[in-house]
Write a protein that binds this ligand. Structure first.
Ligand code: UDP
Length: 251
């Protein structure tokens, strides 16, 4: 059987043509990158965990009526998603100061913000995904004013959902990044949550100990990334028991 056609290969995922029109197969790799791919490694089992975790979060979003690209999981590393046109923005929501915001504004990591703050970065690796304002977004036509209202509302709803889910298992959602896709239905377009939601794109801290359970473990050499992601999966009941660290791969 011929291998499916590859559409795109990114840092952590590969996209293949889907089996039906309007669908895409999203394959989760084990590759981890940070600092715009200056730091790289292969982390055994990361792709399997992120496939399951993204499925878990996207399914939860669907259950509370937040539109997203997830259709169904196909196997350990792949999921079927809706094909969409990605809006060239990284939408970041922050509940506590950390990472680039702490550096930029001199606010200690872990400081609770007066309210969730939404930031937009222009998706361009060669520029290092620079922070942009709504003025840039409107002037360069990356998204319309109506799109921006919809994106803000999606981002804040995802934040409420993710914060609640994490709080229930003793984890603080410090910040996260989502990407937004545009789908066309007849003459109308709709914006949906796309890409992935996983510990690769969130900051997750244990509420009791402050232990980091996200990609900062890799960025800052804090131990085993698989152990951290497995802990998140275990608490959420996504992967039971011993299966977690040494998954059996189907493909
Ligand atoms: N983030 C991401 N991809 C990026 C940039 C950021 O998933 O290309 C996530 C990151 O994991 C964190 C949040 O967005 O949860 C905010 O990241 P920040 O701007 O602090 O950047 P960083 O410190 O990670 O460079």
């Amino acid at each position: 059987m011929a291998r499916r056609k590859k559409i795109y290969e990114g840092k952590a995922k590969i996209l293949y043509e889907g089996p039906e029109p309007g669908t895409i197969v999203q394959y989760f790799k084990d590759d981890a990158t940070a600092f715009n791919a200056e730091k790289k490694d292969v982390i055994d089992g990361k792709g399997v965990l992120n496939n399951r975790l993204s499925e878990f979060f996207m399914t939860g979003l669907t259950q509370i009526g937040i539109p997203n690209h997830f259709i169904r999981r196909l196997n350990m590393r792949e999921q079927l998603v809706r094909n969409c046109e990605i809006v060239p923005l990284e939408v970041i929501v922050r509940n506590y100061a950390a990472g680039s915001m702490s550096k930029r504004l001199g606010i200690a990591e872990g400081t609770q913000l007066p309210r969730p703050i939404v930031e937009y970065c222009y998706k361009d690796d060669s520029l290092g995904d620079p922070l942009v304002t709504e003025e840039h977004i409107a002037a360069f036509g990356w998204a319309s004013q109506q799109d921006m209202e919809d994106i803000l509302s999606l981002a804040l709803r995802v934040n409420d959902f993710m914060s609640g889910v994490m709080l229930a298992v003793g984890i603080r959602l410090v910040d996260f990044k989502i990407e937004i896709g545009r789908v066309y239905e007849g003459d109308y377009q709709r914006l949906i949550v796309a890409d992935e939601i996983s510990p690769d794109s969130c900051r997750l801290w244990d509420i009791e100990t402050g232990q980091k359970l996200d990609k900062d473990v890799f960025r800052r050499d804090l131990g085993s990334l698989t152990d951290a992601y497995s802990e998140v999966a275990r608490r959420l009941g996504v992967l039971p028991g011993n299966n977690v660290t040494k998954p059996t791969l189907i493909n």
